[in-house]
Structure formats: structure tokens, C-alpha cells
Design a protein around this ligand. Structure first.
Ligand code: ATP
Ligand code: MG
Length: 253
């Protein structure tokens, strides 16, 4: 198992956000994660990547207990993530931001770090704005920069948190092609997205999170037609009828 979460709990005061959560992800899997606003999705990534500490439970990466490791140690161990709210180093250029990730996240020497930063920018369509200060990027470009920074840490496990919001169909297709390419290169993917129709065709497995626990977990087309999943979203922001197009119900790998 690449990632194994056992009995994970996270509370803020009396508010429990992640509740006794168990989840296991095998090496090479492509897992989509959906759930209503406030379900605990981003918190889960924070716990896995080490930006948040859990109150109880265990996190193992490739069988090694990383529960008490710092975020930078987990990054070196192969956990890369994007942040839902992009937070680049504003005063650095786009290239420098990615170089920092390659140098400190992946732990590469200058020549290798530079090469990896360049290829990460190219893959994310940001090479032409490499010399631009990160502060002047559009939100879309900042989201791409999140992805480029995560790639530059050379992740084994890539955690994507809502990187697709606001994209046109064409940009979405490009993003999906990039993520599928990374997956085919052996990177294990866990992708949180509200755009269910984007995840269903590409994910091998779909996990639904509600109130900090796993409501459903399985083959995407089965999960989205599960009555208890549909019930959870009734009146909420997800309308499966509209979002899951029939032609999207096949897996492309
Ligand atoms: N630092 C914090 N202090 C207190 N409560 C918090 C904190 N961070 C998150 N929460 C609460 O934890 C819950 C889960 O938040 P989280 O951001 O993980 O949800 P999410 O599933 O990612 O939602 P969204 O789909 O809107 O991104 C929410 O109710 C949120 O208000
Ligand atoms: Mg979130």
C-alpha cells in the first residue's frame, strides 16, 4: 500500500472535521475525491502532507509511519500537493518559485533542479512567463504554478486540490491529459474536484467524503449512481444529472 490512513481524526475545538477515517491507496492508483463544501477534503490533504497535525490515527507511506514527520520530510519522502488557495512566493518569479520546489522539495543539486524546474514549467504551460513575478499571475496561471511546484518536488503521490475550477473545456482537456500522463509515468494521483464530470472519466476510483468520513468508495460510475451519494447532494451544489454526461462514463487509461 502506498498510503494508508487508519483511524484519522482532526478537530478544531469542539468541531470534528475528520472523524475516524480509514483510507488506503495502492501505488499507481488514480483516486478522485468529491464531497460537499466543508466535508474535510482539504483538511485531509493537510493531514496527509503534514501541514496539519492529526489528533489521533496513523498515516503510513509505503508502510512507514509518517504521522509525526514534518511536511518537508514527507515532501522528500514523495508526497506532493497543490493548495486549493494558491500561495506562491509573491516576490519571486514564476521560475524561481518552481526552482525552490525542486531544490528544497526534491532536494536536487543546482543543475538538476534547474532542469526539473524548466521541464515542470513547460509541462504546465508556464515556460513563457518564467521571468514574470508570481504576484502578477492570473488565478488560472497561479493554479498552474501550484501544479508546476508540486511536480518539481518529484512526487510519488500527487495530491491535487481543485486545480480545475474555472477552466474552459479546452484547458480542462489539457489539464486532464497532463494528469493522465503523470499517472502513466507511475505517479499515484489523488484528485479533489467539485467538477464530478471531469473526475468520473479519468479516475479509477471515486471516494465521497461527507462530514469527515468516507460515505462511498468504488468505481466512479457506480459511486455516482449510488442512492446514498445522490441523497447527500440533493439540494447541494452538485447536480449529477447535469454534470455526469453519459459519454463520460468510461475510463480512459
Ligand atoms: N483552521 C480552522 N479552524 C477551524 N475550522 C476549520 C479550520 N480549517 C477548516 N475548518 C473547518 O473544517 C471544515 C472542513 O474544511 P475543509 O476546508 O477541509 O473542507 P473542504 O471539504 O475542503 O471544503 P471545500 O469543498 O469548500 O474546499 C469546515 O467546516 C471548515 O470551516
Ligand atoms: Mg477544500
Amino acid at each position: 500500500m502506498l498510503l494508508e490512513l487508519t483511524g484519522l481524526c482532526k478537530s478544531y475545538g469542539k468541531t470534528t472535521v475528520i472523524r475516524d477515517l480509514d483510507l488506503a491507496v495502492k501505488e499507481g492508483e488514480f483516486v478522485g475525491v468529491i464531497g460537499p463544501n466543508g466535508a474535510g477534503k482539504t483538511t485531509l490533504f493537510g493531514l496527509v502532507a503534514g501541514h496539519l497535525a492529526c489528533n489521533a490515527g496513523r498515516i503510513a507511506l509505503s508502510g512507514r509511519d509518517v504521522t509525526h514527520q514534518r511536511a518537508e520530510q514527507r515532501c522528500r519522502a514523495g508526497i506532493g500537493r497543490t493548495f486549493q488557495i494558491p500561495a506562491p512566493f509573491q516576490s519571486l518569479t514564476v521560475f524561481e518559485n518552481v526552482l525552490v520546489a525542486a531544490t528544497f522539495g526534491a532536494g536536487l543539486r543546482p543543475a538538476q533542479a534547474t532542469a526539473l524546474a524548466v521541464s515542470s514549467l513547460q509541462r504546465c504551460g508556464l515556460y513563457s512567463v518564467g521571468d514574470t513575478p508570481a504576484a502578477s499571475l492570473s488565478l488560472l496561471q497561479r493554479k498552474r504554478l501550484e501544479l508546476a511546484r508540486a511536480l518539481a518536488t518529484q512526487p510519488k503521490l500527487l495530491l491535487l486540490d481543485e486545480v480545475a475550477g474555472g477552466l474552459t473545456d479546452r484547458e480542462m482537456a489539457e489539464l486532464v491529459a497532463l494528469v493522465l500522463a503523470l499517472h502513466s509515468e507511475g505517479v499515484t494521483i489523488i484528485w479533489i474536484e467539485h467538477l464530478v464530470h471531469a473526475l468520473v472519466p479519468v479516475a479509477q476510483r471515486l471516494v465521497v467524503l461527507t462530514e469527515g468520513t468516507v460515505l462511498a468508495d468504488g468505481i466512479p460510475s457506480h459511486v455516482v449512481s449510488d442512492p446514498k451519494v445522490r441523497e447527500t447532494y440533493l439540494g447541494a451544489e452538485l447536480k449529477f444529472e447535469e454534470e455526469v454526461r453519459p459519454e463520460a462514463a468510461h475510463v480512459v487509461h
